[in-house]
Design a protein around this ligand. Structure first.
Ligand SMILES: [Zn+2]
Length: 65
């Protein structure tokens, strides 16, 4: 599951990036995005995504542990 690449730029994804994609687009979505491409898609900054990741971690969301 964590051996995934970004659907846009084909870079290797870390577990948190996969978790974030699943959070935003659902577990049935076959697209995967790295933080750079996701921030462009969501029109936010990478820093904001980092904060969102920290938040989900703090809620002990299983996608981020
Ligand atoms: Zn990418």
């Amino acid at each position: 599951m964590y051996d995934e690449i970004c659907s846009v730029c084909s870079c290797r994804l870390c577990r948190e990036e996969v978790g974030l994609t699943l959070k935003y687009f659902g577990t049935t979505c076959s697209e995967r995005y790295c933080k750079d491409c996701l921030s462009e898609k969501l029109q936010c900054t990478v820093k904001q995504l980092d904060e969102i990741i920290e938040y989900f971690k703090s809620t002990e969301c299983p996608l981020f542990i």
